[in-house]
Design a binder for this molecule. Structure first.
Ligand SMILES: Cc1cc2nc3c(=O)[nH]c(=O)nc-3n(C[C@H](O)[C@H](O)[C@H](O)COP(=O)(O)OP(=O)(O)OC[C@H]3O[C@@H](n4cnc5c(N)ncnc54)[C@H](O)[C@@H]3O)c2cc1C
Length: 421
């Protein structure tokens, strides 16, 4: 009997790959294996609705047991793969920490990413937490009732989402960001400034240009965070959200090329031409139409995990489909719903569409006359219009978009029309 496909990592990308394959009629055995002690679950709500107690544990689960059984997907938890023997044809055997062996005809790496750790005195004190998986989230949630002062280190998406949730839950939150603005890697300056105003107004004490020197103890637990200027911000709990690192060790051990993730092509195939790598662990050619030649990206988003899993499923079933999606992302931060469409890198001008009365705010990014991306706060119509335009290869004229009362979808044009103007 065929050994079939072994998917290492049973989160967003691994689950999407398994379900996409069955939807395409792939009939070989699928083993979907992960090292966590939970059924496959979704991460986004861990810093938001779930943390705030608005949704149940069960609602985080990807699929029911009946689905896995019915679709003959063998889902295994608590199995950490520590070694892989792989042959040139892509088949091999994976060895888990528990001593089990998993033979495969083909391998998929969906091993995701892990939090970047702070290297400072005091980081090992009880009460210094990270937030990547369900166990982290369970620990955080369990500690909240005993906590008054929280310091969040890192003003990226996870830090802001958790800070907003903890503020809503009545905690006093200070957020320390090393850069001069919030979410510096993923949004433009205008959006950063908007986020700053919003979160300060909501009660978060945001400190920019914050240089953390060490974590200080109170008794045998965390007691505060000391900054370079000597100030100590009191903390009963410190949450660190300073980015993630792709898990590439297994890929490297079997000789796959890695560079900020497992290097894959448009079809999610790694450098051996047969293993696939999907989701947060993969480094792929920038899929945005018109992106500079050779540009590569590693996304950390649900949308990317799902879209990349689809092309990987095609590759495994022998149909080459190129990933040419429009990246999109969302981040709910308390009352603020941020949605991002496209990639703004390479833009040369921006346009702000603000409706302060309704709390709507969008920034559109342009290179010349072509729209590249949009950051939309509480503005789903702008988000949907930009996403739809980008995915159809259309643009939205800058001048027409400058009137915030104009519905963007009503002014979408072929790029050729911009030249004719
Ligand atoms: C708190 C939080 C909130 C988020 N919010 C959003 C959001 O609002 N919007 C959005 O688009 N994205 C969000 N994300 C990002 C999104 O969840 C990730 O992009 C997505 O989970 C990536 O899926 P993945 O399967 O590639 O990797 P991961 O989710 O990292 O899963 C990889 C899995 O592989 C397992 N694994 C690793 N190595 C091994 C091994 N050797 N053996 C066995 N198993 C292994 C890991 O334990 C893990 O279970 C959020 C992430 C977090 C943590």
């Amino acid at each position: 009997m065929a050994d079939g496909l072994l998917i290492i990592g049973s989160s967003q990308a691994g689950v999407s790959l398994a379900t996409s394959l069955r939807a395409l009629g792939y009939a070989d055995p699928i083993t979907l294996l992960g090292d966590e002690n939970h059924r496959p679950y979704q991460r986004p709500a861990l810093s938001k609705e779930w943390l705030q107690g608005e949704i149940t544990n069960e609602s985080l689960m990807f699929r029911t047991q009946e689905y896995w059984l019915e679709h003959r997907i063998d889902v295994l938890k608590n199995e950490r793969i520590i070694r892989i023997d792989k042959r040139d044809d892509g088949s091999g055997v994976a060895h888990s920490m528990s001593g089990r062996e998993f033979a495969f005809d083909r391998l998929a790496l969906a091993v995701g990413a892990r939090p970047r750790r702070l290297l400072l005195d005091g980081v090992d004190l009880p009460g210094v937490l990270y937030l990547r998986n369900a166990d982290d989230a369970l620990e955080l949630k369990a500690r909240v009732p005993d906590v008054r002062d929280v310091v969040v280190i890192g003003g990226g998406f996870i830090g802001l989402e958790a800070a907003a949730s903890l503020t809503k839950m009545g905690r006093s939150v200070t957020l320390l960001e090393a850069a001069p603005r919030l979410v510096p890697r993923a949004v433009g300056e205008q959006t950063s400034a908007y986020l700053l105003d919003h979160h300060r107004a909501a009660g978060i004490d945001v400190v920019l240009d914050a240089e953390v020197r060490r974590i200080v103890a109170r008794g045998d637990r965390v007691g505060g965070v000391e900054l370079a200027d000597g100030r100590v911000v009191p903390a009963d709990l410190v949450l660190v959200g300073v980015g993630v690192l792709p898990n590439t060790e297994l890929a490297e051990s079997v000789g796959l090329v890695c560079d900020n993730g497992v290097r894959v092509d448009e079809s999610a195939l790694a450098s051996d031409g047969v293993t696939v790598a999907v989701g947060d662990c993969a480094n792929l050619p920038n899929p945005v139409p018109g992106a500079p030649d050779g540009d590569r990206v590693r996304f950390e988003s649900v949308n990317n995990a799902v879209e990349q899993a689809k092309v990987a499923a095609y590759a495994i079933t022998g149909r080459r489909e190129e990933y040419a999606g429009i990246p999109w992302f969302w981040s709910n931060q308390g009352a603020l719903k941020l949605q991002i469409a496209g990639l703004s890198s390479g833009h040369d001008r921006t346009l702000v569409r603000a409706d302060p009365e309704r709390g709507k705010f969008s920034v559109l990014y342009y290179r010349g006359d072509r729209i590249l991306a949009a950051d939309c706060v509480n503005h789903p119509l702008d988000f949907m219009a930009v996403r739809a335009a980008l995915s159809k290869g259309l643009s939205i004229p800058y001048d027409a978009a400058a009137d915030p009362s104009v519905q963007l979808k009503s002014v979408t044009v072929e790029p050729a029309a911009l030249v004719a103007d």
